[in-house]
Design a protein around this ligand. Structure first.
Ligand SMILES: Nc1ncnc2c1ncn2[C@@H]1O[C@H](COP(=O)(O)OP(=O)(O)OP(=O)(O)O)[C@@H](O)[C@H]1O
Ligand SMILES: [Mg+2]
Length: 426
């Protein structure tokens, strides 16, 4: 699976898992805290009304409770709160129409005789919970009531229990949607930031590796990043340069040792042949062949040096550069001035190779593109800084504006110079 799809999938799974993991305890918690409220509400309503009625009776203001019930605020879950007298008549109720009616409920009648508390729930069209609380005889009541009347009446509270569940469910659904939206936003934000910081750079490394694997060495490495991805890319680019330099070194050695030696032997044989033959035309042919072999030998040596000057490995950067610049000046006919400034400390082989290649490419560019009268190269060394300066008095060019080709894929020289310098932290 592509990295581009793997990461969002992983992020979505993580966000969902976190959402579910944190949502489940919340759900249990809300279920637990909402499991009892209707019962508790019905009981506390009935108890409060009983306490109030008892006090009113003792104080001699039995009408208080009627006024209170008449003004009881209507709530969606609240069905009725009523006071039933000992004979079963509804003496006061929050439902005005019920006042004076006889409570036909079997439980109420049973309770009026037994004095037992009763809590029951019914589910018809809607689920309902009712609580019946007896009003029992107290010493203070004797005087108004006879001692035989054990149960003076009852308090009834009825609540609609279907509503809270629906409300709870709606609340849960709203919370779930809210949570999902928040998770989605977090997921998208995470994905976008990860895409920018990890997926895209990694995808560029993948494309770079694919191009290298297909043999396209013009691929540009994204070496500006200073994280794991940058290290990976730099490592690949460095390996490529190392492999390239190693291969050049090998070919240069082969050219010098094998081809060079063979040509030298041919030259020796030709010299012997020229001496032993008396025929004028043979001597002439041998001389021509000798001159051709000498030219070829010079070309092969030059090619070997260009590929990888052995002086760079054995005598160091300055000697190798001096040799290269002398040769370049001689071949192009353009005088090249070479100066070294500052203390000459030995540099790491990778730095020497990079500097040699950069100077080589710059001088080649100057000769090829600038038509200059002179070229000057300075190599300046300070504590931990090396500066190579290559100037020519030719046509000149502007890296970005006048020569867009300088940054295009066609010219690899400048890109290669930048890459080599950047790989060494330059
Ligand atoms: N010293 C210079 N004077 C004038 N123009 C230059 C000089 N150096 C580079 N340029 C311009 O910049 C362009 C890009 O140079 P670069 O070395 O990247 O590519 P190239 O020399 O054209 O090709 P390559 O180096 O890949 O063989 C050149 O084509 C040339 O137009
Ligand atoms: Mg070039």
């Amino acid at each position: 699976m592509k990295l581009l799809y793997k990461v969002p999938l992983l992020l979505t799974s993580i966000t969902l898992a976190v959402g579910i993991a944190s949502g489940i305890p919340l759900l249990f918690e809300s279920r637990k805290s909402n499991s009892n409220p209707p019962e508790q509400a019905a009981i506390s309503l009935a108890k409060a009304l009983r306490a109030s009625i008892e006090q009113d009776m003792i104080d001699g203001h039995p009408d208080h409770v009627k006024t209170t019930l008449a003004h009881l605020p209507g709530q969606r879950s609240f069905l009725e709160l009523a006071v039933v007298a000992g004979d079963g008549r509804i003496a006061a109720s929050s439902n005005q129409a019920d006042i004076g009616q006889t409570a036909m409920d079997a439980r109420i009648r049973y309770m009026l005789t037994s004095g037992e508390v009763s809590l029951s729930s019914e589910s018809g069209d809607r689920s309902e919970l009712s609580f019946v609380l007896p009003i029992t005889l107290k010493p203070e009541c004797i005087g108004c009531h006879s001692e035989q009347e054990k149960v003076l009446g009852a308090v009834l509270s009825r609540l609609d229990t279907s509503t809270p569940d629906t409300e709870l469910w709606q609340k849960l659904v709203t919370r779930a949607i809210h949570g999902m939206l928040v998770s989605a936003v977090i997921g998208v934000a995470l994905f976008l930031s990860l895409k920018k910081t990890v997926v895209n750079p990694l995808d560029r490394v993948r494309r770079y590796a694919e191009r290298l694997a297909s043999g396209d060495f013009t691929a540009k490495a994204d070496i500006g990043l200073f994280d794991g991805v940058g290290t990976l890319t730099r490592g690949m680019a460095q390996n490529l340069i190392l492999a390239q330099e190693g291969e050049r070194r090998r070919i240069a050695r082969e050219l010098h040792d094998q081809v060079g030696q063979s040509l030298t032997l041919v030259l020796v044989d030709l010299a012997t042949l020229g001496k032993t033959s008396a025929a004028a035309d043979v001597t002439e042919r041998v001389a021509a062949l000798q001159s051709l072999v000498v030219d070829t030998l010079i070309d092969v040596r030059r090619l070997a040096v260009e590929l990888r000057p052995s002086a760079l490995d054995s005598l160091g950067l300055v000697v190798a550069l001096r040799g290269y610049l002398l040769d370049a000046a001689e071949r192009s006919g353009i005088p090249i001035d070479f100066q070294t400034l500052g203390p000459r400390a030995s540099l790491a082989p990778a730095v020497e190779t990079a500097l040699y290649r950069i100077v080589q490419e710059s001088v080649t560019n100057a000769i090829r593109h600038a038509k200059p009268h002179t070229i000057s190269v300075t190599l300046e060394q300070h504590d931990n800084l090396v500066l190579a300066r290559i100037r020519d008095d030719g046509t000149g060019f502007h890296l970005h504006r006048s020569h867009p080709s300088a940054m295009s894929m066609n010219g690899l020289g400048i890109t290669g110079m930048r890459e080599r310098a950047a790989l060494l932290g330059g």
